[in-house]
Design a protein around this ligand. Structure first.
Ligand code: COS
Length: 380
């Protein structure tokens, strides 16, 4: 395993840490309050090359490894869960399947502008009847000459209202169950495709979460992504990596909350001494620091296996399950240490607590992660 970080990874961490502190942190509370997609920050991430970290330079990326994307997500989530989720959906869920399964022409046309940040990406999988049971997809794609005709709907799509390019799944052979699903690349503005209203969420505001509707939406046959009827396995492979990314986001949020609680506990005086002098607070800080370290190690292991092309389904699910439970515990304690102030929107821990809640749900609920881990252990 690559511990400690390589020189390049350490440089990326330092650069993104400073970028996040200087450019994102001052906007984080405003993004939360306004619930508006931060186009300015997206542009700045593009200028820094953060939108295509793990993709080769040939395709507009930074040519770094997957571990580096994980480091970037952690550093960004440390100050803004919303911006981290926007990057995750763009990079891990939209660019990644195109990089993995796309034809050379699709990479030229879509991956390059996405990785450069000239276009915004999104991924459309979930439907009203297909959440955890993702194979229950009802959106239908019928072949008609040189086109596919899509009908159906998607929900909970991050970046949905602002995306220029979307990877979406649809049933191409309904008789075949999960072996009859395919993935397609869709462009904003395609006739028959429209986005719904933006959802009002508990946290992760500004991430443009919406429904997608397809009504006789015609897309070129050339926009089938990878092989016909292989879409289910394609998105499970995509989600394995996406789960490590969500784990890194949870870790970043936990770290942000922990650092604030640590500082606050040394400033806040009660009974004539900083509350950090009390054992009750010290134990909480010790548990938070230990949880964060353990989560980081599990995430690094999963990312490392993936970078080296080894099987990591179980390790990704374990990292996601553990890190997202850590973020809940750590953010809970961070608010507890802040006392009444932690319940106020003036303090970032309040936002972080709301933001982290999605991590145990998105990219596969933690109940699904239990199922994935158990199937891997039992070999089923
Ligand atoms: N990578 C590659 N292939 C995989 C895989 C993985 N991680 N997991 C399963 N597969 C394959 C199986 O081997 C099987 O292949 P065959 O058709 O050749 O037999 C196929 O995919 C179907 O697998 P399975 O029978 O396990 O499918 P299930 O319907 O039982 O669903 C779960 C499996 C529950 C794991 C899947 O539906 C899932 O991950 N659900 C959560 C969805 C989710 O994360 N949504 C959030 C989206 S946020 S963007």
């Amino acid at each position: 395993m690559t511990f400690p970080m390589t020189e390049e990874q350490a440089l990326i961490r330092q650069t993104v840490h400073e970028f996040a502190e200087n450019e994102i942190a001052p906007r984080a509370a405003e993004i939360d309050a306004m619930d508006a997609f931060p186009h300015d920050i997206f542009q700045k991430m593009a200028a820094l090359g953060l939108l295509g970290i793990p993709f080769s330079e040939q395709y507009g990326g930074a040519g770094s490894d997957y571990n580096s994307l994980i480091i970037v997500l952690e550093e960004i989530a440390r100050v803004s869960g919303s911006v981290a989720l926007i990057l995750d959906a763009h990079s891990s869920l939209c660019c990644e399947p195109i990089a993995l399964f796309g034809s050379e022409a699709q990479k030229q046309k879509y991956l390059i502008p996405l990785a450069r940040g000239e276009k915004i990406g999104a991924f459309g999988l979930t439907e009203p009847q297909a959440g955890s049971d993702a194979g229950a997809t009802r959106t239908r794609a019928l072949r008609d000459g040189d086109e596919w005709v899509l009908n159906g709907e998607k929900i909970f799509i991050t970046n949905g209202t602002v995306a220029d390019v979307l990877v979406v799944t649809a049933k191409t052979d309904p008789q075949k169950g999960t072996r009859g699903i395919s993935a397609f690349i869709l462009e904003k503005g395609t006739p028959g495709f429209r986005v719904g209203h933006e959802e009002k969420k508990m946290g992760l505001k500004g991430t443009a979460t919406t429904e997608l509707f397809f009504e006789d939406c015609r897309i070129p046959a050339a926009n089938l992504l990878g092989q016909e009827n292989q879409g289910f396995k394609q998105f499970l492979v995509t989600l394995d990596a996406g789960r490590v990314a969500i784990a890194a986001m949870a870790l970043g949020l936990a770290r942000g909350a922990y650092e604030r609680a640590l500082a606050y506990s040394q400033e806040r005086v009660q009974f004539d001494q900083p509350i950090a002098d009390f054992q009750a607070i010290q134990w909480m800080l010790a548990e938070m620091a230990t949880d964060i370290d353990a989560a980081r190690l599990m995430i690094a292991r999963a990312a490392d296996l993936r970078s080296r092309g080894q099987r990591f389904i179980k390790e990704a699910a374990m990292a996601k399950l553990f890190a997202t439970e850590v973020s809940e515990r750590v953010c809970y304690k961070a608010i507890q240490i802040h006392g009444g102030y932690g319940y106020l929107q003036d303090y970032a821990v309040e936002r972080m607590y709301r933001d982290q809640r999605l991590c145990a749900i998105g990219e596969g609920t933690n109940e699904i992660q239990h199922l994935v881990i158990a199937r891997q252990i039992l070999g089923r």
